[in-house]
Design a protein around this ligand. Structure first.
Ligand code: ASP
Length: 321
């Protein structure tokens, strides 16, 4: 595949906030090309040949980690995966010490997931390589928003003018934050639907419509995006019981009935079936895009790596003349 021109000149990808509509569209266009390539038998390219990609995961992950690794390998990079289990992070090494140690091995791109908001940004200031945020606390998860946008754009042909309802645990969700930035930048109308306890205090400043009732929030929506209750980020009870939560906020066919007849369902995973979504709705092959989101994840991560690689130096920092 020949190098497609791209409007993206950042050294790091730390969040969607701050990216322009042109930059987002450019990554999505490039990702579209990788979707086609990933559906062929020979999926391998030399774009990142000779480059080293390190995945540093301080928090659990299935989709994000596997798809970044696959993306790196398909572009020809050498990939190393480091997780909390089996590394010195377990022995108490600090985030910065771990990053500096890895930095000394001259990686070209570091993909980092961390439980603290802002940790990936901090780390990016200490290393010489490019850094991609694979999710930091409840702050941002930029590649998730990009893959969601690609999935929507391929199905609906556009983002502009669509009504997207994001439902559930908005308070703890980095997916919600990144998606809100992206969708608003691209001209979509965003609604959030959640109980008061699962909304941030300053939600009125986010430029979204706020609803506490699913039937109102979903009325005439084009896209219904469900979020997981992030129990690992909660200290205390945010909902009376999971059963009651499902009754009021779980997506079932009755609630979906008020959305547009061709409304599509999304979920970033992992899903809690029977908590935020009825299993039948999640598995509805005509309405649910959940599997497609996973496929788009690999293509979007290839596009992000490709875009960043175009600005990588040809010699490790400190060795360049
Ligand atoms: N996988 C997404 C994330 O890492 C969503 C979730 O965990 O619920 O934020």
């Amino acid at each position: 595949m020949s190098a497609a021109p791209i409007v993206f000149s950042h050294r790091h990808l730390l969040g969607i906030e701050g990216l322009s509509g042109g930059e987002i569209a450019s990554i999505l266009d490039l990702a579209d090309r990788y979707v086609r390539q990933n559906r062929q038998i020979d999926k391998k390219q030399n774009t990142l040949r000779g480059r080293t990609l390190v995945l540093l995961f301080f928090e659990n992950s299935t989709r994000t980690r596997a798809s970044f690794e696959l993306a790196g390998k398909r572009l020809g990079a050498d990939c190393v995966v480091m997780t909390t289990e089996g590394s010195s992070i377990k022995k108490g090494e600090t985030l910065i010490d771990t990053a500096m140690t890895l930095n000394a091995m001259h990686p070209d791109v570091l993909v980092v997931r961390h439980q603290d908001s802002g940790a990936v940004n901090l780390l990016s200031q200490k290393v010489n390589c490019s850094v991609i945020n694979a999710g930091d606390g409840s702050h941002e998860h930029p590649t998730q928003a990009l893959l969601d946008a690609l999935t929507i754009r391929r199905r609906k042909g556009r983002l502009e003018g669509l009504t997207v309802a994001i439902c559930g645990d908005i308070l703890h969700s980095r997916v919600a934050r990144s998606n809100i930035h992206l969708l608003r930048t691209m001209g979509a109308k965003v609604r959030v639907v959640a109980p008061v306890t699962l909304l941030p205090g300053h939600i009125d400043k986010w430029g979204v419509e706020v609803h506490h009732d699913m039937k109102r929030g979903l009325a005439d929506a084009d896209i219904v995006m469900m979020l997981r209750l992030q129990l690992e980020r909660m200290n205390g009870a945010f909902v009376p019981s999971l059963r009651e939560y499902f009754h009021f906020y779980g997506l079932d066919y009755a609630k979906l009935g008020v959305a547009k007849p061709d409304a599509l369902i999304m979920h970033p995973g992992p899903m809690n079936r029977g908590v935020e979504i009825d299993p039948e709705v999640a598995d509805d092959i005509d309405r649910s895009l959940i599997r497609e989101q996973v496929e788009m994840g690999v293509a979007v991560r290839m596009a992000c790596l490709d875009a960043l690689a175009r600005h990588l130096p040809n010699l490790p920092a400190g060795m360049a003349k």
